[in-house]
Design a protein around this ligand. Sequence first.
Ligand code: ME8
Length: 655
Amino acid sequence: MSGKHFYVTTPIYYVNDKPHLGHAYTTVATDAKARFHRLRGEPARMLTGTDEHGQKLEQAAAEAGRDPFAFATENSEKFKALWKKLNIAYDDYIRTTEERHKTGVQEIWRRAEAAGDIYKGEYEGKYCVSCENFLTDLQLDEGKCPDCGRPADPVREESYFFRLSKYQEPLLELYERNPRFIQPDSRRNEIVSFVSGGLRDLSVSRTSFKWGVPVPGDPAHVIYVWFDALSNYATAAGFGQSGSGQGGSESGFPADTAWPADQHFIGKDILRFHSVYWPAFLMSAGLPLPGQIFSHGWWTVEGQKMSKSLGNAVDPHWLIEEYGVDAIRYFILREIPFGADGDFSHGQLIDRINSDLANDLGNLLYRTLNMVRRYRGGKISRGEGDGGEEARLAGIVREAAARYEAQMEATDLQAGLRTVWEIVSAGNKYIDAAAPWALAKSGPEERLDSALYHAGAALRVIAALISPVMPEAADSIARQLGLAGDWLSAPFAELVDLYKMPGDLDTDLGKPLFPRIEEDARAALEERVAARIAAGSETVEASDSEGEGLISIDDFRRVELRSARVEAAENIPKSKNLLKIEVSLGEERRTIVAGVARHYAPDELVGRTVVIVANLKPAKLMGVESQGMLLAAEDEDGLRLVGVEGGIRSGSRVR
Ligand code: ME8
């Protein structure tokens, strides 16, 4: 552990859409890890947030007909709302559109530049907007992005490059020196072989759109969204806030910073960005490196890749409403080893709720407190007497708690939970063996008290150990046991010691923690799942333009039409058809090359208000870059431009 805190992070999520199960998974795992450290009495700091710049967001906002910042804010709030519902105890939430972030990113850039690692050139190649990733032809899979399968766009533009090639050796040394820098090992091996194959310099700025952090000293360029996004882990820890200025060499972090992060939790889709680019940027800027990148696996849903319709059947809000927050948190961490891929199936989820939560844990709590109520009027007292079973139980708890600690420390969250269930099972076996019902009949009373105390004490240890994953259930168990409100703040060693439970407790048997999902409820649930999948596909079909040739209103909104005033127009040498037209969209001026020369003389155009397509990809025509398209109607007799009546302001949206 470094610094004063255990510092753990989630990726910052894109805000082009609302959160889904995959996002919930990473965030719950990160929260569980932070809570585990707090349980051990270590201060822990958890960071999450949203990635709000880049071409993908700019496009999504345009498609929705929204201002990018307002659009990002609305979706960022959806992430926050889900984290609240999922009981995520994050300490900081960073949005890359915040000033504290933008200043920090620019400072990392300046330091990399001062180190001689940034130079200007031209990028020519492909770009996947969905993954915000530059791709070479070799990487493409039949013209499509190898990661998301979407078509990649050709890009040719002036760009700054980062000398990634210079960091091949330092990165390999890092992986060698710190073999746990990338986890799990299989992923580490992939990255080692990728880096060993050689690294090309990386394009780190874009000029064909605006929505990003300006490059210091060259605002025509925005910083590549991954350079911007990765920096969040440092800017949220205060980097660049002290006004250290122009590529300074001092730490750039406040004295009480949590940086370097101990762990970055991410999905395997973004491992290369985190384990290659991020440490290289940090090395270049002369900043300390994070301790570990933990890359977890990928969820499929009911055996299939998560799609819009299947996503609807695992919408995290709906899952929480149907099954309860802790059942979901438990299932996703218990079902698959952290690091491996897994499948989310409602059938499996129901089975786990019924067996692990209702039968094993719920039953241990219910039978214990029910006997305390029946035989002892709801009071647990510390009884004397050890028939050998008690010592056995204490031994199991001691050993399991130590193993749990090591497993959670190593981020084997699934194993940690499995270990807790060894205690649950030992608790149930203990009750069977101690048979309090027999002791209640024939005594001795002290043995009865001892049996009920031990069963209750095992539950207290269990509550503590499940608290990182199921905070509400843990609190509910503690409340029913009659523990004080601050029970969880005791030192870890005391929390896992059976005999540190107070000997005089007023218990309060509540409603079942996790009710069993019986057959009829199960059938009804399965129907609701099917209905949601069907509803999901209807929404997808409704937005699908193929078929009857109809488009949805959202498809139409993707085309950004704006009014523009023609400021100047001229013939393009050697072209009979094209005119070069300068238009104004209010603040902004654009050059448009339009095929109207046979129908209009340049002078006829100046002063008109026309309608242009403002979000068309720029294209070069006769050596001139055209940044939009004029709308016109055409018939056999000629072509007439579409205009706007009256004194409408230039740049107004046409709908
Ligand atoms: O990549 N199974 O954001 P993002 C498991 N903004 N986890 C999944 C998943 C699935 N099917 N789908 C998504 C970005 N995830 C960037 C990150 S960080 C500096 C910038 C999770 O919104 C997983 O954690 O696309 C994955 O890495 C993340 O969502 C991607 O979220």
